[in-house]
Design a protein around this ligand. Structure first.
Ligand code: SF4
Length: 506
């Protein structure tokens, strides 16, 4: 009993520190669920925007729920998954809408549905069960593995498309409307479309910029007001889901509109977007935030967009570490990836870090990209040592995972052993001069299998979750589902001629 009280108290404590919480009652009730804990979910701008949009609709109320920090404790306490606002069981709502960001969060979807008392598989739900909708960033690449758990999936930008299934529920239809909803642009109905990817939806300009509804100290981005200064990207990096072909390129928001969204009480502002530093008015936006005495944070920085003025403003806004991505280990790999970040850009940023007295430069990098060899890793070692002579350098390494909806779709995974060996080579070569952090090659392999998989891989995720969720459980489940998807695409071209370069830009 006391355990129950502690768990419920935690919700109360979190609610008490929030600003912007909406409490509303309406006939159609939507539970908006994040399949990771509160601190992660509340850092998601898309999740917050959907909360505002759903509550703004007449006749609809929306409450939030999250994967509990400790799922076992909730089970032991015999508590169902509850919404935060009214502490009602999620299973009692008309609609459950998930926001899904990463492949590995599929197990969180399974756990949330089970805790809610709703059949995990859509095929086992009846007329009394809520309609389960999945949306979120993962739908820009490959949401098909989430198919077995969803009655329908909103592809891409959900601000407008979300109303179609709600209209159906208001009409008293739910799953009966799926055949009709399957024709709506931006909706994927797994039971009808099977393993065929559907195009993503694009929301109208009226929805820009997206910005936070709730500020809370209990997130990874504590008490930070998030606002989108641009949406999409005009560039063409071949590994990236947000490249220009995904959703019509970059859409900019004017400086005043961005600054107008910041509430008086916000002390920190986070600029969010795929290519935040590509905004042509970035210095003016930063100046506006910094001049009001607030701290600033940017979700992405390109090394070739940083200059003395911008780094000075970032420092004034509280920055101590400049984080950029260079992604490919060598110049030739970055050329192939169309990343267009060259050594000279990184050297310049390192000099700016030193000149402005910042603590560190952090560089994100992928290993195991197609065509990569030990020579590329050796080039990275040589160059990183050079950089570390200018300023303190940290490196974040992630094994490359090919995503659907990108030119590198269909490239195989380098292999756990290869990724680990490259990492070992890098670590040894750097000899401690650079602070090296890497994500696990094993989990990157699991991510790859899901990213390139179909609904069967979603079922494998469910099996792995039931089997404890450890890596061995995943390996067994993936083997039973037919094994690792075989990358069938030919290796990408490393451009030598102008024509080859232009071909990569498409
Ligand atoms: S990696 Fe960054 S710059 Fe490249 S396409 Fe993606 S968002 Fe744009």
């Amino acid at each position: 009993m006391s355990n129950r009280r502690t768990l419920l108290q935690q919700i109360d404590e979190r609610l008490a520190t929030e600003r912007g919480t909406i409490t509303k009652q309406a006939p159609l009730r939507v539970a908006l669920v994040y399949p990771s804990p509160y601190s992660v979910g509340m850092s998601s701008l898309g999740f917050q925007v959907m909360y505002r949009i759903l509550n703004a609709r007449e006749g609809v109320s929306c409450e939030r729920a999250f994967l509990p920090d400790d799922v076992e404790a909730w089970k032991v306490a015999r508590l169902p998954l509850l919404t935060y606002e009214s502490k009602q069981p999620v299973g009692s709502f008309d609609v459950i809408a998930f926001s899904l960001a990463y492949e590995l969060e599929l197990v969180g979807v399974c756990a949330c549905l089970e805790l809610a008392g709703v059949p995990v598989l859509a095929s086992q739900r009846g007329p009394r069960d809520p309609l389960v909708i999945i949306g979120g960033p993962l739908t820009f690449s490959n949401p098909i593995p989430a198919g077995p758990f969803a009655d329908l999936i909103i592809m891409g930008e959900g601000e407008e498309v979300i109303h179609a299934p709600l209209d159906a529920v208001e009409r008293g239809e739910g799953r009966e409307a799926l055949a009709e909803l399957a024709h709506v642009e931006g909706i994927y109905v797994p039971s009808i479309h099977g393993d065929v990817l559907r195009p993503v939806a694009k929301a109208g300009e009226a929805h820009l910029p997206a910005y936070s509804q709730i500020l809370t100290p209990h997130t990874e981005l504590s008490d930070m007001h998030l606002v989108e200064n641009e949406r999409g990207c005009s560039r063409a990096c071949t590994f990236c889901v947000m490249r220009r072909s995904t959703n019509g390129g970059m859409r900019l928001t004017a400086t005043e509109r961005i600054l107008d969204t910041v509430p008086e009480y916000a002390r920190k502002v986070g600029l969010v977007g795929a290519a935040v530093s590509d905004h042509p008015e970035l210095p003016a936006i930063l100046e506006g935030i910094v001049a009001s005495g607030r701290q600033v944070s940017l979700s992405s920085l390109r090394a070739d967009r940083l200059n003395d003025e911008v780094v000075g403003l970032l420092k004034a806004g509280g920055y101590q570490t400049i984080t950029v991505a260079s992604d490919g280990a060598s110049e030739r790999l970055r050329e192939m990836l169309v990343k267009r970040i060259r050594e000279k850009h990184l050297v310049r940023v390192a000099e700016l870090v030193r000149a402005h007295g910042l603590r560190q430069l952090k560089v994100y990098m992928m290993i195991g990209v197609p065509n990569e060899t030990d020579e590329d890793i050796d080039e990275l070692i040589r160059f990183s040592q050079e950089l570390s002579r200018i300023c303190s350098v940290a490196m974040g390494i992630a094994p490359f995972v090919a995503k659907r909806n990108t030119p590198l779709d269909g490239q195989g995974f380098a292999g756990i052993k290869v990724a680990e060996e490259r990492l070992k080579r890098l670590r040894k070569g750097l000899g401690g001069r650079v602070d090296l952090r890497s994500t696990s090659a094993r989990w990157a392999w699991v991510e790859y299998c899901i990213a390139q998989g179909g609904q069967r891989m979603g079922l494998a995720a469910m099996e792995a979750w039931r089997d404890g969720g450890g890596f061995s459980a995943w390996r067994r489940a993936i083997e039973r589902a037919g094994g690792e998807p075989q990358g069938a695409a030919p290796p990408p071209v490393i451009p030598r001629s102008r024509e080859e370069r232009l071909a990569l830009l498409r």
